[in-house]
Design a protein around this ligand. Sequence first.
Ligand SMILES: [Zn+2]
Ligand SMILES: [Zn+2]
Length: 344
Amino acid sequence: MTPNSIANSKQTMTSRWSSLLRYFSSTRGSSGPVAVRVDYAPGAGRGVFAVRDIAVGDLIHTADPVVAHPALASLQKACYYCLQGIKKQQKTGRLLPVTMGSANTARILSKLTPDDETGHASIFCSMSCEDSAAKVFYSIEKQADWSQLHAYCSTHGLRFPLVAKRLARMVASSATSEHVLDILTHVNLSQGIIPDEWKNERRLLLEALMSTTVAPQSFEFLTEDWYAGIIARLHLNAFRVERIDEQDAGDLLAAATASITGDSIVGTAIYILPSMYNHDCDPNVNILWPNNVTANLVARRDITAGEELRITYIDANMPCIARRSSLQQAYGFVCECDRCKEGD
Ligand SMILES: [Zn+2]
Ligand SMILES: [Zn+2]
């Protein structure tokens, strides 16, 4: 996709605004009172604002994803549902859940489910994750052969088709709505034409799903337009979930940067409220994943009521010119933050 074909469509918000604002006005921070509101942000369409003073280090709020999927390389290292790290004990071969933010091993897994027959092997950190997964996607997913779609993703270095796969299963099982991501901004397709690669991914996905016992009508929503709408939103809103290295744990910006640049990606997730945060190359908020796929939004410095809350979308340690170019290419906007204006 060329930079010109990507445009941030934050200006094209719909009338769902009012219900969205009502929903988020009930979002609570760690210390009780409502911490944030979503509102219009000059030049950016919308943004997230502090409604009270927030101290550095405060957990502003947590956020659970709409949908998440582990990276293919993490299938044996992370819970297939919540992405919590799982480590093999060298002596016994037993699997232990690992807290992402530290090397603490919590408790021995009550159960694990390796399943090599379906084109992928999945493990769960707990019975509760396995039960939740079974309800919303796993019972049907494991009937299908995913080897073709996974091979396609591996060859092309793609993550988003895996997220779309899981979301499609959740929609088919009525665990969520096919419109659940509509509220999010999306890349605009060049001349409105769906790229052939996306059509191909959707075909592989549909073929695998159609090989299950689920009635084909359950997948009627999975049109090329629907698939393209999901991928177009993932391009602007998906987060890479990564472990915080222990040496970074005391340095929140380093940890947040590691979550953008690190090689040990645990998975990909998409959220609603965190996606409303605008970007700043010197952000006042970090988004972190201390345990699992539940995101923690943490104040990077003292924040006063009314201030806009911003996170960084890219590696903020890059020089100015590289940051601006990355943002233009990936997100379609020219960064006008204070750092960029100063050429820092
Ligand atoms: Zn889990
Ligand atoms: Zn900037």
